[in-house]
Structure formats: C-alpha cells, structure tokens
Ligand binder design. Structure first.
Ligand SMILES: NC(=O)C1=CN([C@@H]2O[C@H](COP(=O)(O)OP(=O)(O)OC[C@H]3O[C@@H](n4cnc5c(N)ncnc54)[C@H](O)[C@@H]3O)[C@@H](O)[C@H]2O)C=CC1
Ligand SMILES: NCC(=O)COP(=O)(O)O
Length: 339
C-alpha cells in the first residue's frame, strides 16, 4: 500500500487587534490554554504581548519568525510572531491614536499574506473602529477593509453559533442610510453569495434561508413602510425562480422564534442591529463572525475591544477559540476542494 503523506497544517494569521483592548489578552490566554491543529502566526508587536503577559501573570514563550512558513505546529504556551512594531508602548485600557497605523498595518500584512498564499486564513481580534477613523481613513469594519483589499464586488457578514446563523444585507451603515441600501441588487448579491457559501463552505445542499422584512410587521401591507412591497418581495420571488429556498419577508420580531428558526439554516437580516442582538443574546462569547464572498478565509470574534477589561484577566477567550477553530476547518476544507 502506498504511503500517504500527511497534509501540512494550515498557517493561520492572527492579528493583534486594538493593542489597548483585550485582543492581546485573549490571544495570550487562548494560545496558552489549548492546542490548535494549525501553525498559528500572530502579527503583532512582540513587546505588546510580553507586556500584557506580565500584567496577566502568564509566561508564554514568544518566538519571532522571519517568515510565516517557518511556523511550527502550535503548542500550548508558545506564541509565534511575525513582528510588526507599534509606534508607542501601549498602556492597557488607554487608546492611543499614535498606534492606529500599527493596527492598520497588521490587517494589511495579514490580507496581503493571505492573498499571496503565505497564510491559509486570517483571524481578527477586535479593533476600535473610532480610533482608526481618527487617522483620517474611513474604517467601518474588517469586513469592508478586506473587501476593498481583495477587490471583492460583494461580501456578506455572517455571525454563527452552534444554534443559529445570521447574515446581513447591509453591514456598518448609519440607520438613516439603510432604507436606500436595500435594493434588488444588494439583496440579490448577498442572498446568492450566502446561498453559495452555505452550500460550499458549510455543506448544506439546499440552504433554507429566513429573510427579515425591513419595517415593523414587515411593513403591515404597506401601512408601515413600502420597502417590502416595492423591493424585497419582488426580489425574493426572482431569487426563488433561480432556485434559492427563501422564506419571507417575515416580521423580524416573529422570525426569531423557534417555530421558524428550527426549520431553517440561516437568517438573512436587513441590517446590523436587526440580526446581531438576537445572535449575541443566544450565544455571546461563543459565536464566530465569518466574512463570506472574499477570495480569502477570514473569521473573527463576536465581541468588541472591551477596553474596560484590557489587562484585567477577565476577558473571555471563548469566541476567539471558536474563530480560530472555524478558520482551521475552513482552511482544511478549502484545501480538499482545491484538489
Ligand atoms: N470585530 C471587531 O473588530 C469588532 C470591533 N468592535 C469595536 O469594539 C469597540 C467597543 O464596542 P462595544 O460596543 O463597547 O462592545 P464590546 O464587545 O467591546 O463590549 C461590550 C461589553 O461586553 C464586554 N465584553 C466584550 N468582550 C468580552 C469578552 N471577550 N469577555 C468578557 N466580556 C467582554 C465588555 O466588557 C462590555 O461590557 C467599538 O469601537 C467597536 O467598533 C465591536 C464589535 C466587533
Ligand atoms: N458587530 C460585528 C461587527 O461589527 C464586526 O465587524 P468587522 O470588523 O468584522 O467588520
């Protein structure tokens, strides 16, 4: 019998996130606690990790890599770093505009590395969007950052727990801009990308997708808003003719009940705060944020920078564990599909 050569473990880039937030804390605790079946490469300032480990009373072995392919299989307590230096030493819990370019650099290098094939996936601990915007760049989220970097025409933000998946038609938009962004084009592009990735990345042969209306009671026959009648219903009908299994538009307040959720694979919400509060209520701390529609794999945590907890030892690394494990699974699946 021929010898089978073992597949090399995927190389996963982990950015540091906002240095004054809990990104460094959860990286240190996650990589200390558990062994991940991957080569993990943290893109960060090594001194940031050493300083935060000292505050937390952790003693990781930090080893700097010349290049990502030098990374070895992850071992608990060993952190392999591709160094990117901060402009200034960070104080845990204190945002500093001087280090915003550092944060952007970690994301840029992670994305470029993934596009080049140096990394199989990226996992992003949280950044502080406000401080990044103060540099003068418009940064609304990693989702849009990687979309621009990869020149992807459309991407989908999807958060998932064991029990529920919620994807969004619009991502980080002020509320007053949402109605105008709900168009036949935006709904169609997102629904098709979601359907395709549920099939290809999650192995769901015919995804059943529950679609929220935009207005209270899904518009109450036009008495509480017309987007359902004018845009959403006709668009869903066209998509059904193309083979998508869509239920709705349903009033969001009734859609998020077991009667509907138990018989569907995913919810498509019209905007960020229509879908994500429900998801977070059901599984905050154990959910993963996945960007669909990119040519690269990117996962993230379900929470923000929690500046109040940086360096306190109280930050929960559950969501980072799930995000890393999802990135590994997706990278392994992608390798199988590419053969
Ligand atoms: N993926 C990303 O980069 C994300 C970044 N953010 C950014 O985070 C910043 C702060 O956002 P907030 O709305 O305050 O949300 P947040 O998630 O940072 O904090 C909300 C509450 O949850 C707690 N919390 C958050 N993560 C926790 C963890 N791992 N363990 C224990 N407790 C935790 C915090 O202490 C706080 O009480 C904003 O600038 C926002 O843009 C928010 C969500 C995702
Ligand atoms: N609430 C989730 C969220 O805002 C994540 O944004 P992104 O940075 O992953 O685009």
């Amino acid at each position: 019998m021929a010898n089978k050569t073992a597949e090399p473990l995927p190389i996963i880039a982990i950015t540091s996130g906002e240095p004054a937030g809990i990104g460094p804390d959860i990286i240190l605790s996650a990589l200390n606690e558990q062994v991940f079946p991957a080569r993990l490469v943290v893109l960060a300032d090594p001194q940031l990790l050493i300083d935060r480990a000292n505050i937390l009373g952790l003693k990781p072995q930090i080893s700097c890599l010349a290049k990502p392919s030098d990374a070895m299989a992850h071992q608990a307590g060993v952190i392999q770093v591709v160094p990117i230096l901060q402009a200034k030493k960070t104080t845990a819990g204190v945002l500093d505009l001087a280090n915003a370019p550092y944060v952007l650099k970690t994301l840029k290098q992670a994305g470029e590395g993934c596009l080049r094939g140096d990394f199989d996936a990226i996992v992003t601990p949280p950044v502080h969007k406000g401080i990044l915007c103060e540099t003068g760049v418009h940064f609304s989220g990693h989702t849009e950052f990687f979309q621009a970097q990869c020149q992807s025409p459309h991407v989908v933000m999807m958060l998932a727990t064991e029990a529920m998946k919620v994807a969004l038609v619009t991502t980080h938009l002020p509320l007053k801009e949402i109605s105008a962004a709900i168009t036949e084009e935006s709904i169609s592009l997102v629904a098709k990308a979601l359907n395709k990735d549920l099939q290809e990345k999650f192995g769901i042969a015919q995804p059943k997708i529950l679609v929220c209306g935009l207005n209270p009671h899904a518009g109450e026959d036009g008495h509480l808003g017309r987007e359902e009648i004018d845009i959403i219903i006709p668009t869903l009908n066209k998509l059904r003719q193309q083979g998508l299994d869509l239920i709705g538009p349903l009033p969001a307040d009734t859609l998020f009940t077991p009667k509907y959720l138990n018989h569907a694979d995913c919810v498509l919400a019209m905007y960020h705060d229509q879908g994500l509060p429900v998801l977070k209520y059901s599984g905050f701390g154990n959910a993963v944020n996945i960007t669909l529609g990119l040519p690269i794999i990117r996962t993230s945590v379900d929470h923000g920078t929690a500046i109040d907890l940086a360096g306190s030892g109280k930050a929960n690394n559950g969501s980072l564990n799930v995000a890393i494990q999802h990135a590994i699974n997706m990278a392994n699946n992608a390798k199988k599909f590419s053969k």
